[in-house]
Design a protein around this ligand. Structure first.
Ligand SMILES: [Zn+2]
Ligand SMILES: [Zn+2]
Length: 261
């Protein structure tokens, strides 16, 4: 059984805590070290209880807590080679703790099997994760066959539902930013999230957590309505919730037996 909490979600910061037994992993660290330590403490954990930090990519909203976390707590940071190059240039303090992986080559952290896949986004070496029966896919321009295959059969999926396309098009962003958000290296729309959620739920996902919602081009209600309607049309009724932007989520649990070494 895995448990998952989102600690924050959106362009102002992203972090999640995934636990299986006594193994705890942080996925992204885009909020302050202090907020992460406070969130862990509320769950009876300390930074030293973490087995490491898995990073999706080097954008600030995913790594801003790493400088202090590295200095104070010296935790291993798992990330792709290309993301490591960017991160060590951006936050040199992290360099001694970087543990690079080749994207799509699985590895273990303690007894957790970690699978990764490439994600099209405007940061080098962006990845998504499958850890046991939990999937994480955010900051994604478009979905790929590799994602669908790697995430096949997950029980719980954290899925970007960044924007409503019409809100972007009619909204206040300058043209270049609209093109960035909507482009192949941008973010996943509610409609694309809905399509991917359909496939994932069809393949067994019981819970979808919609994540990384835009503050300007989306609302939790719009994202939920778009995804739930698409699922209901094909007769699927999983749990669908939105990850809170600035506070910790409720506890999510998966019930299936996870991959063992
Ligand atoms: Zn982001
Ligand atoms: Zn990003």
């Amino acid at each position: 059984m895995s448990t998952l909490y989102t600690l924050a979600s959106g362009s102002s910061g992203n972090a999640m805590l995934l636990s299986q037994g006594t193994t705890h992993l942080l996925i992204d660290a885009g909020i302050s070290c202090r907020r992460i330590v406070t969130a862990l403490a509320s769950l009876g954990l300390q930074p030293s209880d973490l087995s490491g930090i898995c990073i999706t990519h080097s954008h600030t909203d995913h790594v801003s807590g790493l400088k202090t976390l590295s200095k104070k707590h010296k935790l291993p940071i798992y990330l792709s080679h290309q993301a490591a190059e960017e991160l060590s240039a951006k936050i040199p303090e992290t360099a001694p703790y970087l543990r690079c992986f080749s994207t799509s080559t699985p590895f273990y952290v303690e007894d957790l099997l970690v699978q990764t896949f490439s994600v099209p986004h405007d940061a080098a070496g962006t990845v998504g994760y499958r850890i046991g029966d939990v999937g994480v896919l955010t900051d994604c321009g478009y979905v790929t066959q590799e994602m669908a295959e790697t995430l096949f059969g997950v029980s719980l999926l954290v899925l970007e539902s960044n924007h409503d396309v019409e809100m972007v098009q009619s909204g206040p962003y300058p043209y270049y930013l609209k093109q960035r958000v909507l482009g192949d290296d941008g973010h996943l729309s509610n409609d694309h999230a809905a399509q991917f959620a359909q496939a994932m739920v069809h393949n067994g996902a019981a819970t979808i957590i919609l994540a990384h919602l835009s503050q300007d081009n989306n609302t939790p209600q719009t994202a939920l309505r778009t995804v739930c309607q698409a699922l209901e049309v094909v007769g699927l009724r999983p749990t669908v919730e939105v990850a809170p932007r600035d506070v910790m989520s409720r506890k999510y649990e998966t019930t299936e037996v996870l991959c063992k070494k």
